[in-house]
Design a protein around this ligand. Structure first.
Ligand code: GLU
Length: 448
């Protein structure tokens, strides 16, 4: 047992003792701690400065009441959060999630991942996350507006273009960002840079809606090419049918792959001829319906209830784009049996620790979320740049930069894995590459 491993065990024990009821947060930290020993062995000064103990503790956590009135006149109360996890390299940045499962554990896991992800983009943004346990499913537009206005009335005290810049995540898309932006403006006046993912008419960036899904495919293509493979001709399974899955489907298809599936929390559609992203977009984004309806519109598609990861079909690449822990150890074993050789994570932490262990034992190429899905926040940072200079860039300009950033993220992760003799362990590579900039900045800024 080295000094570094003893130290990491102490940090973990303290964390578990403090927050025993935050399983997702502990899981996210574990995924990081498992890979970071060689860095501490090279930098004993990080141990002396208790750098890891500080990195796993958020700088600030805000929890607040969100009261609103539903269409039937009943007064409802939700719980809102903003976790400003680490601001060492720039203003806090990260999405807002509206989903009934949102709690402090979920928001802290997402915030912690965001710190390393944002660092990997090379852009000057710290990490944060927020949201509320509000369920947008089945709510009217008016209810969503009243809820988001109430949410922003409190959140606006803690954000600002150089302070903390929220954006979307699950349950928060263009509609919700618009309402929140309007409420902020009513209270404080127009400031373009207080949120990203805005509409084009009031300060948004071209290619921001596409960014996470497109970026996932740019990363995946870079990972395949570095291993003598390519995306063209591959059979791809995608889970989810939200913003990430929709644009991942579009870009995978454009790059010559066949997307066999998309899913929602009820079931999935399978089409041997390839999923049409425009139909998915119409059903989920415009009509806010269920993915089941896809099979009513496309005659070659079949709808099945249940998880797409329990469905046997031969394929090459898995792109989980739904939510955390969507792939269990057993489902990972099935994925390997079905022939998948690569996994790239569009959702945040979609693979359980058992699933990740199974991929690694089978020698799969694995692109972890904090690297593979960093395209969304990267383009958010480009939206911040455009807002600051009061200019808008063309779609091709933003998309070109996004592609360059994703290729760089893959290369930086692969180089870090190489530097520490870790072979194709891009999970460790992403953690190490993301951590090193945050570590430098924190060491330079003293014990804060
Ligand atoms: N929610 C996205 C993520 O997980 C995007 C965050 C942002 O654009 O700030 O990275």
């Amino acid at each position: 047992m080295t000094a570094a491993t003893t130290y990491l065990e102490q940090v973990r024990a303290e964390l578990v003792q403090r927050d025993p009821h935050q399983p997702e947060f502990i899981e996210a930290v574990d995924n990081f701690l498992k890979t970071i020993t060689p860095v501490l062995e090279k930098h004993p000064e990080y141990v002396d400065a208790n750098l890891i103990g500080r990195v796993v503790e958020p700088e600030r956590v805000v929890q607040f009441r969100v009261p609103w009135v539903d269409d039937a006149g009943h007064v409802r109360v939700n719980r809102g959060f903003r976790v400003q996890f680490n601001g060492a390299i720039g203003p806090y940045k990260g999405g807002l999630r509206l989903h009934p499962t949102v709690n402090l554990s979920i928001v802290k896991f997402l915030g912690f991942e965001q710190v390393l992800k944002n660092s990997l983009t090379t852009l000057p943004i710290g990490g944060a996350k927020g949201g509320a346990d509000f369920d947008p499913k089945g709510k009217s537009d008016a209810e969503v507006m009243r809820f988001t206005q109430s949410f922003m009335t409190e959140l606006q005290k803690y954000i600002g273009p150089d302070v903390d810049v929220p954006a979307g995540d699950i349950g928060v898309g263009g509609r919700e960002i618009g309402y929140m932006f309007g409420q902020y403006r009513r209270l404080n006046g127009y400031q373009a840079g207080i949120l990203t993912g805005k509409g084009l008419s009031y300060g948004g960036s071209l290619a921001r809606p596409e960014a996470t899904g497109f970026g996932l495919l740019y990363y995946t293509d870079a990972m395949l090419q570095a291993n003598g493979e390519q995306l063209a001709g591959k059979r791809v399974k995608i889970s989810g049918a939200g913003n990430v899955a929709t644009y991942a489907t579009q870009k995978a298809t454009e790059l010559g792959a066949t997307v066999l599936t998309v899913s929602d929390s009820n079931g999935f559609v399978y089409d041997e001829n390839g999923i049409d992203y425009q139909v998915v977009k119409q059903i989920k984004e415009v009509e806010r319906g269920r993915i089941k309806e896809y099979a009513d519109r496309v005659s070659t598609a079949e709808y099945h209830e249940g998880s797409v990861w329990d469905f046997d079909v031969d394929y090459d690449i898995a792109l989980p784009c739904a939510t955390q822990n969507e792939i269990s150890g057993d489902q990972a074993a099935r994925l390997i049996k079905n022939g998948a050789k690569a996994v790239a994570e569009g959702a945040n932490m979609p693979s359980t620790p058992e699933a990740t262990a199974a991929y690694q034992a089978a020698g799969l190429l694995v692109g972890p979320a904090k690297a593979a899905n960093a395209g969304g926040v990267a383009v958010s940072a480009l939206e911040m740049s455009q807002n600051s200079e009061r200019l808008s860039w063309s779609f091709d300009e933003v998309d070109g930069r996004l592609k360059g950033i994703m290729e760089h993220i893959f290369k930086a992760s692969a180089d870090a894995a190489d530097e520490y003799d870790l072979g194709h362990d891009y999970i460790a590579g992403a953690n190490i590459a993301g951590f090193s900039k945050v570590a430098d900045a924190m060491m330079a800024q003293g014990i804060i």
